[in-house]
Design a protein around this ligand. Structure first.
Ligand SMILES: [Fe+2]
Ligand SMILES: [Fe+2]
Length: 221
């Protein structure tokens, strides 16, 4: 069995090909960036959350791996991509001889990252949800003509800054967003992103923390 590292995952030929293909599929329909940048963001954020909460270095690395690989199912289709991604992840990790228990933990985090209805079932899944759902930023928008943007892209375009953090003393995980309300109103933002924010709330609950959302320095959730 091998101690598979995040570096090996990032450099794996299949992972590279699947992430590139997923991003190509999204680009074809003008949908927001879903390539190596999003993978890296989700990976770094998932590791940051577990590191702040005092998890072991191996847990942090596994969160980095799950975060990096979480959306590879989009290479096949956006529909049910968490499930296809979980099967693809299993094959990759087995071929790299990752220990079975670790393989299952990562596969589970990939397969469960879109489950909005329930509290996540593991620290890896909760960490990946933070990595995935807190990625709201201008850098994800790829259409240049404003008139062609859908509301989802406008929300990302309007987001000038996003910062995820933890206040350990009060057991709060917060997301601070700076939104340009000339691009989108706060109401429109909520119309699109409320579900995503409620998902983050459930992930925070797994860690026995509450989730607080600030938009332009005002507390919203
Ligand atoms: Fe996803
Ligand atoms: Fe994602």
């Amino acid at each position: 069995m091998a101690n598979v590292t995040l570096k090996e995952i990032v450099n794996n030929t299949y992972v590279k090909a699947y992430i590139a293909a997923a991003d190509c599929n999204f680009a074809a329909v003008g949908y927001k960036e879903h390539g190596a940048r999003h993978a890296r963001f989700a990976s770094d954020t998932a590791m940051g959350i577990l590191s702040s909460l005092g998890y072991s270095s191996r847990d942090i690395e596994l969160a980095g791996i799950a975060g990096y690989i979480h959306d590879i199912g989009n290479a096949i289709n956006m529909e049910e991509h968490s499930l296809s991604g979980a099967v693809m992840t299993k094959r990759i990790l087995e071929s790299m001889r990752m220990e079975p228990k670790e393989t299952m933990a990562v596969v589970n985090a990939v397969g469960a990252h879109e489950d909005k209805e329930m509290i996540p079932n593991s620290h890896l899944t909760a960490a990946v949800i933070f990595g995935d759902k807190s990625d709201v930023h201008q850098a994800r928008v790829r259409i240049e003509k404003f008139s062609e943007l859908d509301t989802h892209s406008k929300v990302n375009l309007a987001c000038e800054k996003s910062q995820l953090g933890i206040v350990s003393e009060s057991k709060v995980i917060f997301l601070k967003l700076r939104i340009d309300d000339k691009i989108i109103s706060i109401g429109e933002y909520f119309e699109i992103f409320l579900e995503r924010m409620l998902h983050l709330k459930k992930a925070a609950k797994y860690f026995d923390h509450s989730f607080v959302l600030y938009i332009n320095d005002k507390k919203f959730l």
